[in-house]
Design a protein around this ligand. Structure first.
Ligand code: CO8
Length: 258
């Protein structure tokens, strides 16, 4: 595909997607979703990717769905576009490796929902986050009514959704919407450091942690723990587990099998 909005590079097993439509504050338009869909499809079976970072160019991570495109939609089109975006964010969430949102600036509406579909969020101290859809007479359409409360609890989620309040990075950290705050200069180095930390662990174990933790959210505790036990057991068949335990016992760093 000829990418016009997304810039993608893969270096040393770490992918970086940069949303690059800065004149519209990286607003998420139809083109963004088709490029993202294509890129995710090409990444989901790659065994050589350890982690993926998503960030934005300029002063926004993404300032929401493209309001220009939305303004004249019919109810049917609105539903269709919400479902299309949700499908893309679901496939992002389902990528087998960890995905880190490096939130460089505005992450509003659909932009905040994109960050919510990532596994971990790091924000620069310039970031502003919120779900301002009710200002437009809308509600979120790309999953915030579901993912936000799962991440930060019902009270915090409804507070943001009802008031459309735009919060800064430190408030986002306080309520658990982001996991780390850095200076603007340190944002990408910190995201890369986190990705490299992940890369240094057992690759299959990391992928299993993601599957079990995410699936467990939609299960009762007993079923979730049972799934954990099954996947835990399955890792005993891997050369990685043999090497990880052997390295510990030999007091050295593991040399993960390729
Ligand atoms: N869509 C389209 N264009 C946008 C968007 C957007 N979401 N946000 C900013 N832009 C454009 C502006 O129109 C402007 O364009 P131009 O230069 O041509 O006039 C350019 O980006 C720069 O923006 P501003 O001049 O407004 O920059 P400021 O620094 O003054 O303000 C703000 C920055 C506060 C972020 C402001 O731009 C703003 O409020 N943006 C809209 C934020 C918003 O409401 N986001 C939520 C959108 S709704 C949504 O995401 C619903 C998701 C579900 C959709 C379901 C499918 C249909």
């Amino acid at each position: 595909m000829n990418y016009q909005i997304l810039d993608f590079k893969l270096e040393d097993h770490i992918g970086i997607i940069t949303i690059s439509r800065p004149t519209a504050l990286n607003a998420l338009n139809k083109r963004f979703f088709s490029e993202m869909d294509w890129l995710i499809s090409s990444l989901k079976t790659r065994e050589d990717v350890s982690a993926l970072i998503i960030t934005g160019e300029g002063k926004a991570f993404a300032a929401g769905a493209d309001i220009t495109e939305m303004a004249d939609m019919s109810p049917k089109e609105g539903t269709w576009f919400a479902l299309t975006g949700q499908k893309v964010f679901e496939s992002l969430e389902a990528l087998p490796f960890p995905v880190i949102a490096a939130i460089n600036g505005f992450a509003l509406g659909g932009g905040c929902e994109l960050a919510l579909a990532c596994d971990i969020r790091i924000a620069s101290d310039k970031a502003k986050l919120g779900q301002p859809e009710v200002n437009l007479g809308l509600l979120p359409g790309y999953g915030a009514t579901q993912r936000l409360s799962r991440l930060i609890g019902l009270g915090n989620a409804l507070n943001l959704l009802f008031t459309a309040e735009i919060i800064d990075a430190n408030e986002a950290l306080r309520i658990g919407l982001v996991q780390k705050v850095t200076t603007a200069e340190d944002l990408m180095p910190e995201a890369l450091k986190m990705a490299n930390t992940i890369k240094s662990k057992g690759r299959k174990a990391i992928r299993m942690v993601k599957i079990v933790t995410r699936k467990g959210l939609d299960m009762n505790l007993e079923d979730g723990c049972n799934l954990e036990a099954q996947k835990f057991g399955s890792l005993f068949a891997t050369p990685e587990m043999k090497e990880g335990t052997k390295a510990f016992l030999e007091k050295r760093k593991p040399e993960w099998p390729k």
